[in-house]
Design a protein around this ligand. Structure first.
Ligand code: KIV
Ligand code: ZN
Length: 518
Protein backbone atom coordinates (compact mmCIF):
# COMPACT_ATOMS: atom_id res chain seq x y z
CA UNK A 1 0.00 0.00 0.00
CA UNK A 2 2.74 2.40 1.00
CA UNK A 3 4.55 2.41 -2.27
CA UNK A 4 1.58 2.26 -4.63
CA UNK A 5 -1.46 3.83 -3.01
CA UNK A 6 -1.31 7.66 -2.71
CA UNK A 7 2.45 7.56 -3.21
CA UNK A 8 3.09 11.17 -2.23
CA UNK A 9 1.02 11.33 0.93
CA UNK A 10 2.55 10.94 4.38
CA UNK A 11 0.04 10.30 7.15
CA UNK A 12 0.63 12.14 10.39
CA UNK A 13 -0.06 10.07 13.51
CA UNK A 14 0.09 12.30 16.56
CA UNK A 15 0.85 10.62 19.86
CA UNK A 16 1.16 13.72 22.07
CA UNK A 17 -1.69 12.45 24.22
CA UNK A 18 -0.17 8.97 24.67
CA UNK A 19 3.62 8.83 24.24
CA UNK A 20 3.81 12.58 24.91
CA UNK A 21 1.96 12.17 28.18
CA UNK A 22 4.54 9.54 29.17
CA UNK A 23 7.13 12.35 29.52
CA UNK A 24 7.94 12.65 33.20
CA UNK A 25 5.70 15.42 34.51
CA UNK A 26 3.57 15.88 31.41
CA UNK A 27 0.27 14.67 32.76
CA UNK A 28 -2.91 16.16 31.34
CA UNK A 29 -6.46 16.04 32.57
CA UNK A 30 -9.52 15.20 30.51
CA UNK A 31 -10.37 18.78 29.55
CA UNK A 32 -6.81 19.47 28.56
CA UNK A 33 -6.70 16.35 26.38
CA UNK A 34 -9.99 17.29 24.75
CA UNK A 35 -8.68 20.74 23.99
CA UNK A 36 -5.50 19.38 22.42
CA UNK A 37 -7.43 16.78 20.38
CA UNK A 38 -9.67 19.57 19.04
CA UNK A 39 -6.64 21.53 17.84
CA UNK A 40 -5.03 18.41 16.33
CA UNK A 41 -8.21 17.55 14.46
CA UNK A 42 -8.60 21.11 13.19
CA UNK A 43 -5.03 21.23 11.95
CA UNK A 44 -5.56 18.10 9.87
CA UNK A 45 -3.72 15.41 11.83
CA UNK A 46 -4.72 12.08 10.28
CA UNK A 47 -4.59 9.89 13.37
CA UNK A 48 -4.76 10.98 17.01
CA UNK A 49 -3.46 8.43 19.50
CA UNK A 50 -5.65 9.45 22.42
CA UNK A 51 -4.26 7.20 25.15
CA UNK A 52 -3.71 3.75 26.56
CA UNK A 53 -7.17 2.76 27.81
CA UNK A 54 -6.11 -0.05 30.14
CA UNK A 55 -3.50 2.13 31.83
CA UNK A 56 -5.96 3.93 34.09
CA UNK A 57 -9.55 5.07 34.45
CA UNK A 58 -8.44 8.54 33.34
CA UNK A 59 -6.82 7.21 30.17
CA UNK A 60 -9.91 5.15 29.36
CA UNK A 61 -12.21 8.16 29.81
CA UNK A 62 -9.96 10.40 27.75
CA UNK A 63 -9.95 7.94 24.84
CA UNK A 64 -13.70 7.45 25.12
CA UNK A 65 -14.48 11.19 25.19
CA UNK A 66 -12.08 12.01 22.36
CA UNK A 67 -13.57 9.13 20.36
CA UNK A 68 -17.03 10.63 20.82
CA UNK A 69 -16.04 14.12 19.70
CA UNK A 70 -13.41 13.80 17.01
CA UNK A 71 -14.96 13.15 13.62
CA UNK A 72 -12.38 14.05 11.00
CA UNK A 73 -9.28 12.32 12.37
CA UNK A 74 -8.97 8.62 13.14
CA UNK A 75 -8.93 8.09 16.92
CA UNK A 76 -6.51 5.45 18.10
CA UNK A 77 -6.05 3.65 21.41
CA UNK A 78 -2.97 1.69 22.45
CA UNK A 79 -3.03 -1.85 23.85
CA UNK A 80 -0.50 -4.52 24.64
CA UNK A 81 -0.93 -7.91 22.99
CA UNK A 82 -3.41 -9.21 25.55
CA UNK A 83 -7.15 -9.80 25.46
CA UNK A 84 -8.02 -7.46 28.40
CA UNK A 85 -5.99 -4.62 26.84
CA UNK A 86 -7.56 -5.01 23.42
CA UNK A 87 -11.10 -5.37 24.75
CA UNK A 88 -10.71 -2.32 26.97
CA UNK A 89 -9.31 -0.37 24.04
CA UNK A 90 -12.20 -1.43 21.80
CA UNK A 91 -14.68 -0.39 24.49
CA UNK A 92 -13.10 3.05 24.81
CA UNK A 93 -13.24 3.50 21.04
CA UNK A 94 -16.82 2.27 20.65
CA UNK A 95 -18.30 5.66 19.74
CA UNK A 96 -15.52 6.65 17.35
CA UNK A 97 -16.36 7.47 13.76
CA UNK A 98 -12.94 6.12 12.70
CA UNK A 99 -11.53 3.87 15.42
CA UNK A 100 -8.08 2.34 15.31
CA UNK A 101 -6.69 -0.25 17.71
CA UNK A 102 -2.92 -0.10 18.02
CA UNK A 103 -1.50 -3.27 19.52
CA UNK A 104 2.17 -3.86 20.18
CA UNK A 105 4.64 -6.41 21.45
CA UNK A 106 8.43 -6.39 21.75
CA UNK A 107 10.32 -8.37 19.14
CA UNK A 108 14.01 -7.73 19.95
CA UNK A 109 15.92 -10.60 21.55
CA UNK A 110 16.76 -8.36 24.50
CA UNK A 111 13.15 -7.39 25.22
CA UNK A 112 11.75 -10.86 24.59
CA UNK A 113 14.23 -12.47 26.97
CA UNK A 114 14.40 -9.93 29.78
CA UNK A 115 11.19 -7.95 29.64
CA UNK A 116 8.61 -10.39 28.31
CA UNK A 117 10.42 -13.60 29.30
CA UNK A 118 8.93 -15.20 26.22
CA UNK A 119 10.39 -17.31 23.45
CA UNK A 120 10.22 -15.92 19.89
CA UNK A 121 7.59 -18.51 18.94
CA UNK A 122 5.40 -17.41 21.82
CA UNK A 123 5.74 -13.77 20.72
CA UNK A 124 4.83 -14.83 17.19
CA UNK A 125 1.72 -16.59 18.55
CA UNK A 126 0.81 -13.43 20.46
CA UNK A 127 1.04 -11.41 17.23
CA UNK A 128 -1.48 -13.76 15.61
CA UNK A 129 -3.82 -13.72 18.59
CA UNK A 130 -3.68 -9.97 19.22
CA UNK A 131 -4.10 -8.75 15.66
CA UNK A 132 -6.86 -11.31 14.98
CA UNK A 133 -8.71 -10.26 18.11
CA UNK A 134 -8.33 -6.55 17.36
CA UNK A 135 -9.71 -7.09 13.85
CA UNK A 136 -12.95 -8.38 15.42
CA UNK A 137 -13.57 -4.85 16.66
CA UNK A 138 -12.37 -2.67 13.80
CA UNK A 139 -11.00 -2.90 10.26
CA UNK A 140 -8.30 -0.40 11.17
CA UNK A 141 -5.63 -2.21 13.17
CA UNK A 142 -2.07 -1.07 13.68
CA UNK A 143 0.57 -3.50 14.84
CA UNK A 144 3.92 -2.38 16.30
CA UNK A 145 7.03 -4.40 17.01
CA UNK A 146 8.43 -2.63 20.05
CA UNK A 147 12.23 -2.17 19.93
CA UNK A 148 11.94 -2.80 16.19
CA UNK A 149 15.24 -1.13 15.32
CA UNK A 150 17.10 -3.72 17.46
CA UNK A 151 15.14 -6.71 16.20
CA UNK A 152 16.63 -9.59 14.22
CA UNK A 153 15.64 -9.04 10.58
CA UNK A 154 14.46 -12.59 9.89
CA UNK A 155 12.21 -12.54 12.95
CA UNK A 156 10.90 -9.10 12.09
CA UNK A 157 10.00 -10.17 8.54
CA UNK A 158 8.22 -13.22 9.92
CA UNK A 159 6.17 -11.14 12.43
CA UNK A 160 5.38 -8.36 9.95
CA UNK A 161 4.13 -10.85 7.37
CA UNK A 162 2.01 -12.58 10.00
CA UNK A 163 0.56 -9.34 11.34
CA UNK A 164 -0.48 -8.31 7.83
CA UNK A 165 -1.91 -11.77 7.11
CA UNK A 166 -3.98 -11.47 10.30
CA UNK A 167 -5.37 -8.14 9.17
CA UNK A 168 -3.05 -5.35 10.35
CA UNK A 169 -3.55 -2.42 7.98
CA UNK A 170 -0.67 -0.39 9.42
CA UNK A 171 2.64 -1.87 10.51
CA UNK A 172 4.76 0.35 12.72
CA UNK A 173 8.50 -0.12 13.15
CA UNK A 174 9.53 1.79 16.29
CA UNK A 175 12.99 2.93 17.18
CA UNK A 176 11.88 2.61 20.78
CA UNK A 177 15.18 3.50 22.37
CA UNK A 178 16.30 6.13 19.86
CA UNK A 179 19.28 4.02 18.84
CA UNK A 180 19.05 4.02 15.05
CA UNK A 181 20.91 6.31 12.66
CA UNK A 182 19.26 7.52 9.45
CA UNK A 183 20.85 5.32 6.76
CA UNK A 184 20.55 2.22 8.93
CA UNK A 185 16.90 2.92 9.72
CA UNK A 186 16.08 3.63 6.07
CA UNK A 187 17.75 0.31 5.14
CA UNK A 188 15.58 -1.48 7.68
CA UNK A 189 12.43 -0.09 6.05
CA UNK A 190 13.81 -0.90 2.61
CA UNK A 191 14.63 -4.44 3.80
CA UNK A 192 10.97 -4.95 4.74
CA UNK A 193 9.81 -3.78 1.31
CA UNK A 194 12.30 -6.17 -0.30
CA UNK A 195 11.59 -9.23 1.81
CA UNK A 196 8.02 -9.25 3.15
CA UNK A 197 5.80 -10.67 0.39
CA UNK A 198 2.50 -9.05 1.50
CA UNK A 199 4.03 -5.65 2.47
CA UNK A 200 1.90 -3.85 -0.14
CA UNK A 201 -1.22 -4.67 1.90
CA UNK A 202 -0.28 -2.42 4.80
CA UNK A 203 0.92 1.10 5.33
CA UNK A 204 4.38 1.20 6.87
CA UNK A 205 4.79 3.54 9.80
CA UNK A 206 7.73 4.82 11.81
CA UNK A 207 7.94 5.88 15.44
CA UNK A 208 11.28 7.35 16.44
CA UNK A 209 12.54 8.41 19.83
CA UNK A 210 15.05 11.17 20.16
CA UNK A 211 17.71 9.79 22.50
CA UNK A 212 20.48 10.66 20.03
CA UNK A 213 18.68 13.71 18.64
CA UNK A 214 17.96 11.79 15.42
CA UNK A 215 14.22 11.15 15.64
CA UNK A 216 13.24 13.58 12.87
CA UNK A 217 16.17 12.62 10.62
CA UNK A 218 15.38 8.92 11.07
CA UNK A 219 11.69 9.46 10.32
CA UNK A 220 12.42 11.41 7.15
CA UNK A 221 14.96 8.82 5.98
CA UNK A 222 12.27 6.16 6.49
CA UNK A 223 9.79 8.18 4.43
CA UNK A 224 12.26 8.26 1.55
CA UNK A 225 12.57 4.48 1.94
CA UNK A 226 8.81 4.00 1.63
CA UNK A 227 7.20 4.62 5.04
CA UNK A 228 3.97 6.57 4.70
CA UNK A 229 2.98 7.18 8.30
CA UNK A 230 5.08 9.14 10.76
CA UNK A 231 4.33 8.98 14.47
CA UNK A 232 5.24 12.19 16.21
CA UNK A 233 4.30 14.64 18.95
CA UNK A 234 3.83 18.38 19.29
CA UNK A 235 7.06 20.00 20.53
CA UNK A 236 8.69 16.54 20.41
CA UNK A 237 7.22 15.57 23.77
CA UNK A 238 7.55 11.91 24.75
CA UNK A 239 9.33 9.25 26.81
CA UNK A 240 12.86 10.28 27.88
CA UNK A 241 14.29 12.57 25.16
CA UNK A 242 10.93 12.56 23.40
CA UNK A 243 9.57 11.60 20.00
CA UNK A 244 10.04 13.10 16.55
CA UNK A 245 8.59 16.64 16.66
CA UNK A 246 5.51 16.93 14.49
CA UNK A 247 6.22 20.54 13.53
CA UNK A 248 9.70 19.60 12.32
CA UNK A 249 8.50 16.64 10.23
CA UNK A 250 5.69 18.64 8.65
CA UNK A 251 7.78 21.74 7.94
CA UNK A 252 10.71 19.73 6.59
CA UNK A 253 8.35 18.05 4.14
CA UNK A 254 6.76 21.37 3.20
CA UNK A 255 10.00 23.31 2.90
CA UNK A 256 12.06 20.67 1.12
CA UNK A 257 9.49 19.52 -1.46
CA UNK A 258 12.33 19.72 -4.00
CA UNK A 259 14.23 16.97 -2.21
CA UNK A 260 11.61 15.02 -0.22
CA UNK A 261 8.52 15.25 -2.46
CA UNK A 262 5.83 14.06 -0.05
CA UNK A 263 2.88 15.93 1.38
CA UNK A 264 0.97 15.82 4.64
CA UNK A 265 -2.57 16.98 5.34
CA UNK A 266 -1.49 19.27 8.18
CA UNK A 267 -2.42 22.96 8.09
CA UNK A 268 0.97 24.30 9.06
CA UNK A 269 -0.45 27.70 10.03
CA UNK A 270 -1.84 26.01 13.16
CA UNK A 271 1.57 24.81 14.34
CA UNK A 272 2.28 27.67 16.77
CA UNK A 273 -1.18 27.39 18.28
CA UNK A 274 -0.70 23.65 18.93
CA UNK A 275 2.79 24.20 20.29
CA UNK A 276 1.72 26.92 22.72
CA UNK A 277 -1.26 24.96 23.90
CA UNK A 278 0.75 21.82 24.60
CA UNK A 279 3.43 23.85 26.35
CA UNK A 280 0.88 25.67 28.50
CA UNK A 281 -0.96 22.50 29.42
CA UNK A 282 2.05 20.35 30.21
CA UNK A 283 4.15 23.09 31.76
CA UNK A 284 7.02 22.14 29.43
CA UNK A 285 8.58 25.36 28.18
CA UNK A 286 9.80 25.28 24.59
CA UNK A 287 13.53 26.00 24.42
CA UNK A 288 14.15 29.35 22.65
CA UNK A 289 16.29 27.82 19.90
CA UNK A 290 13.91 24.91 19.21
CA UNK A 291 13.39 24.45 15.48
CA UNK A 292 10.11 25.86 14.07
CA UNK A 293 8.41 26.79 17.37
CA UNK A 294 11.18 28.24 19.55
CA UNK A 295 10.97 31.95 20.36
CA UNK A 296 14.17 32.55 18.38
CA UNK A 297 13.29 30.34 15.41
CA UNK A 298 12.48 33.40 13.29
CA UNK A 299 14.46 36.04 15.19
CA UNK A 300 17.51 37.58 13.52
CA UNK A 301 20.00 38.97 15.96
CA UNK A 302 23.12 39.67 13.93
CA UNK A 303 23.04 43.02 12.17
CA UNK A 304 24.21 41.48 8.94
CA UNK A 305 21.31 39.01 9.03
CA UNK A 306 18.77 41.71 9.90
CA UNK A 307 19.98 43.78 7.01
CA UNK A 308 19.69 40.82 4.63
CA UNK A 309 16.20 39.89 5.80
CA UNK A 310 14.99 43.47 5.40
CA UNK A 311 16.26 43.50 1.82
CA UNK A 312 14.89 40.06 0.99
CA UNK A 313 13.41 37.67 3.59
CA UNK A 314 14.77 34.67 1.68
CA UNK A 315 18.35 35.64 2.47
CA UNK A 316 18.13 34.08 5.92
CA UNK A 317 14.60 32.69 6.17
CA UNK A 318 13.92 29.29 4.60
CA UNK A 319 10.25 29.43 5.55
CA UNK A 320 8.00 32.33 6.46
CA UNK A 321 6.89 32.95 10.04
CA UNK A 322 3.31 33.11 8.73
CA UNK A 323 3.57 29.56 7.40
CA UNK A 324 3.77 28.25 10.97
CA UNK A 325 1.18 30.68 12.30
CA UNK A 326 3.37 33.50 13.55
CA UNK A 327 1.86 36.85 12.67
CA UNK A 328 4.19 39.69 11.79
CA UNK A 329 1.98 42.33 13.37
CA UNK A 330 3.17 42.89 16.89
CA UNK A 331 1.50 46.27 17.23
CA UNK A 332 1.25 46.74 20.94
CA UNK A 333 -2.05 46.86 22.73
CA UNK A 334 -2.53 48.94 25.83
CA UNK A 335 -5.04 49.95 28.43
CA UNK A 336 -7.11 51.88 25.89
CA UNK A 337 -7.45 48.96 23.51
CA UNK A 338 -10.99 47.72 23.29
CA UNK A 339 -12.65 44.34 23.21
CA UNK A 340 -12.75 44.33 19.44
CA UNK A 341 -9.00 44.83 19.00
CA UNK A 342 -8.31 42.27 21.71
CA UNK A 343 -10.60 39.69 20.13
CA UNK A 344 -9.02 40.27 16.73
CA UNK A 345 -5.54 39.83 18.16
CA UNK A 346 -6.56 36.58 19.85
CA UNK A 347 -7.76 35.35 16.47
CA UNK A 348 -4.47 36.36 14.81
CA UNK A 349 -2.61 34.46 17.49
CA UNK A 350 -4.68 31.37 16.74
CA UNK A 351 -6.98 31.34 19.75
CA UNK A 352 -10.61 30.51 19.11
CA UNK A 353 -12.21 31.06 22.48
CA UNK A 354 -15.88 30.99 23.41
CA UNK A 355 -17.62 34.22 24.49
CA UNK A 356 -17.16 33.54 28.21
CA UNK A 357 -13.49 32.69 27.82
CA UNK A 358 -12.93 35.85 25.76
CA UNK A 359 -14.66 37.95 28.42
CA UNK A 360 -12.50 36.34 31.09
CA UNK A 361 -9.32 36.85 29.06
CA UNK A 362 -10.32 40.46 28.32
CA UNK A 363 -10.80 41.15 32.03
CA UNK A 364 -7.34 39.80 32.75
CA UNK A 365 -5.93 41.74 29.80
CA UNK A 366 -7.30 44.96 31.33
CA UNK A 367 -5.79 44.06 34.72
CA UNK A 368 -2.47 43.46 33.03
CA UNK A 369 -2.72 46.72 31.08
CA UNK A 370 -3.11 48.57 34.38
CA UNK A 371 0.24 47.20 35.48
CA UNK A 372 2.09 47.19 32.18
CA UNK A 373 2.03 49.99 29.60
CA UNK A 374 2.53 47.95 26.47
CA UNK A 375 1.01 44.54 25.92
CA UNK A 376 2.85 42.42 23.36
CA UNK A 377 1.69 39.26 21.62
CA UNK A 378 3.82 37.24 24.02
CA UNK A 379 1.95 38.78 26.96
CA UNK A 380 -1.39 37.83 25.48
CA UNK A 381 -0.22 34.28 24.85
CA UNK A 382 1.03 33.99 28.45
CA UNK A 383 -2.19 35.49 29.76
CA UNK A 384 -4.45 33.09 27.85
CA UNK A 385 -2.24 30.05 28.42
CA UNK A 386 -2.05 30.81 32.12
CA UNK A 387 -5.77 30.09 32.37
CA UNK A 388 -5.94 27.02 30.11
CA UNK A 389 -7.83 24.15 31.68
CA UNK A 390 -7.95 25.60 35.18
CA UNK A 391 -11.68 25.15 35.49
CA UNK A 392 -11.54 21.91 37.49
CA UNK A 393 -8.70 22.83 39.83
CA UNK A 394 -9.16 22.04 43.52
CA UNK A 395 -6.74 24.72 44.70
CA UNK A 396 -6.92 28.33 43.50
CA UNK A 397 -4.96 31.45 44.38
CA UNK A 398 -7.04 34.21 45.95
CA UNK A 399 -4.44 36.64 47.34
CA UNK A 400 -0.76 36.83 48.13
CA UNK A 401 1.41 39.31 49.99
CA UNK A 402 5.13 38.77 50.43
CA UNK A 403 7.65 40.65 52.55
CA UNK A 404 11.33 40.45 51.70
CA UNK A 405 14.37 42.68 51.59
CA UNK A 406 17.90 43.22 52.86
CA UNK A 407 17.03 43.68 56.56
CA UNK A 408 17.67 40.68 58.82
CA UNK A 409 14.05 39.62 59.07
CA UNK A 410 12.87 36.30 57.70
CA UNK A 411 10.90 36.72 54.48
CA UNK A 412 7.19 36.33 55.17
CA UNK A 413 4.24 35.34 52.99
CA UNK A 414 0.55 35.85 53.68
CA UNK A 415 -1.52 33.64 51.46
CA UNK A 416 -5.19 33.13 50.75
CA UNK A 417 -6.22 30.04 48.80
CA UNK A 418 -9.59 28.66 47.79
CA UNK A 419 -9.48 24.93 48.45
CA UNK A 420 -12.46 22.88 47.30
CA UNK A 421 -14.54 26.04 47.33
CA UNK A 422 -13.51 27.20 50.83
CA UNK A 423 -11.23 30.21 51.33
CA UNK A 424 -8.34 29.59 53.77
CA UNK A 425 -5.59 31.96 54.96
CA UNK A 426 -2.20 31.62 56.61
CA UNK A 427 1.18 33.24 57.23
CA UNK A 428 4.51 31.51 56.75
CA UNK A 429 8.21 32.29 56.75
CA UNK A 430 11.01 30.76 54.72
CA UNK A 431 14.60 30.98 53.55
CA UNK A 432 13.56 33.39 50.85
CA UNK A 433 10.31 34.88 49.57
CA UNK A 434 9.64 31.95 47.23
CA UNK A 435 10.32 29.47 50.02
CA UNK A 436 7.98 31.40 52.34
CA UNK A 437 5.19 31.43 49.76
CA UNK A 438 5.60 27.72 49.01
CA UNK A 439 5.63 26.95 52.75
CA UNK A 440 2.33 28.80 53.04
CA UNK A 441 0.84 26.62 50.29
CA UNK A 442 2.03 23.52 52.20
CA UNK A 443 0.38 24.78 55.38
CA UNK A 444 -2.96 25.33 53.70
CA UNK A 445 -2.86 22.21 51.55
CA UNK A 446 -0.52 19.71 53.25
CA UNK A 447 1.37 17.40 50.87
CA UNK A 448 4.69 15.57 50.63
CA UNK A 449 5.76 16.61 47.15
CA UNK A 450 9.35 17.69 46.54
CA UNK A 451 10.15 20.70 44.44
CA UNK A 452 12.30 19.39 41.59
CA UNK A 453 12.46 22.41 39.33
CA UNK A 454 11.86 26.13 39.72
CA UNK A 455 12.55 28.20 36.65
CA UNK A 456 11.73 31.82 35.87
CA UNK A 457 11.84 33.54 32.53
CA UNK A 458 10.73 36.97 31.36
CA UNK A 459 8.08 36.84 28.64
CA UNK A 460 9.17 40.15 27.10
CA UNK A 461 11.81 42.78 27.82
CA UNK A 462 11.76 45.54 30.44
CA UNK A 463 11.30 45.62 34.18
CA UNK A 464 7.52 45.51 33.81
CA UNK A 465 7.72 42.27 31.80
CA UNK A 466 5.58 39.32 32.82
CA UNK A 467 7.44 36.52 34.51
CA UNK A 468 6.68 32.99 33.38
CA UNK A 469 7.51 30.45 36.03
CA UNK A 470 7.81 26.70 35.59
CA UNK A 471 7.59 24.40 38.61
CA UNK A 472 8.04 20.62 38.76
CA UNK A 473 6.81 18.62 41.75
CA UNK A 474 7.55 15.00 42.58
CA UNK A 475 5.66 12.73 44.94
CA UNK A 476 6.27 8.98 45.21
CA UNK A 477 7.86 8.83 41.78
CA UNK A 478 5.08 10.79 40.11
CA UNK A 479 6.01 14.17 38.66
CA UNK A 480 3.96 17.06 37.36
CA UNK A 481 4.81 20.43 35.83
CA UNK A 482 2.98 23.71 36.29
CA UNK A 483 3.31 27.07 34.55
CA UNK A 484 2.27 30.47 35.88
CA UNK A 485 2.57 33.97 34.42
CA UNK A 486 2.22 37.38 36.02
CA UNK A 487 3.94 40.76 36.15
CA UNK A 488 4.72 39.86 39.75
CA UNK A 489 7.29 37.06 39.85
CA UNK A 490 6.05 35.87 43.25
CA UNK A 491 2.47 35.61 42.04
CA UNK A 492 3.64 33.75 38.92
CA UNK A 493 5.64 31.39 41.18
CA UNK A 494 2.66 30.60 43.39
CA UNK A 495 0.41 30.11 40.35
CA UNK A 496 2.94 27.68 38.83
CA UNK A 497 3.26 25.73 42.09
CA UNK A 498 -0.51 25.49 42.47
CA UNK A 499 -0.90 24.38 38.87
CA UNK A 500 1.61 21.54 39.38
CA UNK A 501 -0.07 20.65 42.68
CA UNK A 502 -3.52 20.41 41.09
CA UNK A 503 -2.13 18.04 38.49
CA UNK A 504 -0.45 15.96 41.17
CA UNK A 505 -3.74 15.55 42.99
CA UNK A 506 -5.25 14.12 39.81
CA UNK A 507 -2.22 11.94 39.17
CA UNK A 508 -2.39 10.39 42.64
CA UNK A 509 -5.66 8.78 41.58
CA UNK A 510 -4.07 7.27 38.49
CA UNK A 511 -2.91 3.69 39.16
CA UNK A 512 -1.08 1.78 36.51
CA UNK A 513 -1.17 -1.98 36.00
CA UNK A 514 2.17 -3.73 36.63
CA UNK A 515 4.84 -3.93 33.93
CA UNK A 516 2.99 -1.50 31.75
CA UNK A 517 5.36 -0.22 29.18
CA UNK A 518 5.17 1.30 25.77
O1 KIV B 1 8.37 3.55 21.58
C1 KIV B 1 7.63 2.60 21.31
O2 KIV B 1 8.05 1.52 20.91
C2 KIV B 1 6.19 2.80 21.49
C3 KIV B 1 5.31 1.73 20.91
C4 KIV B 1 4.16 1.44 21.78
C5 KIV B 1 4.86 2.16 19.55
O3 KIV B 1 5.77 3.79 22.01
ZN1 ZN C 1 7.30 5.43 21.91
Amino acid sequence: MSKTNEPDRVFIFDTTLRDGEQSPGASMNLNEKLRISEVLEEMGVDIIEAGFPIASKGDFEAVREIAKRVKKSTVCGLSRATRPDIERCAEALRAAERPRIHTFISTSALHMKHKLQMEPDQVHEAVIASVTLARNFTDDVEWSCEDGSRTDHDFMCRCVETAIDCGATTVNIPDTVGYAVPDEYASLIQMLFDRVPNIDKARISVHCHNDLGLAVANSLAAVVAGARQVECTVNGLGERAGNAAMEEIVMALRTRQDHIPYVTGVRTEDIMKASRLVSAITGFLVQPNKAIVGANAFAHEAGIHQDGVLKHAGTYEIMTPESVGLTKSNIVLGKHSGRHAFRRRLGELGYELGDNAIEDAFRRFKDLADKKKEIFNEDIVALVDDSVGHADHRVRLVALEVLCGTKHRPPKAELELEIDGEVKRCKATGDGPVDAAFNAIKQLFPHDANLQLFQVHAVTEGTDAQAEVSVRLEEKGKTTNGLGADTDTMVASVKAYISALNKLVVKREKTEPPALSA
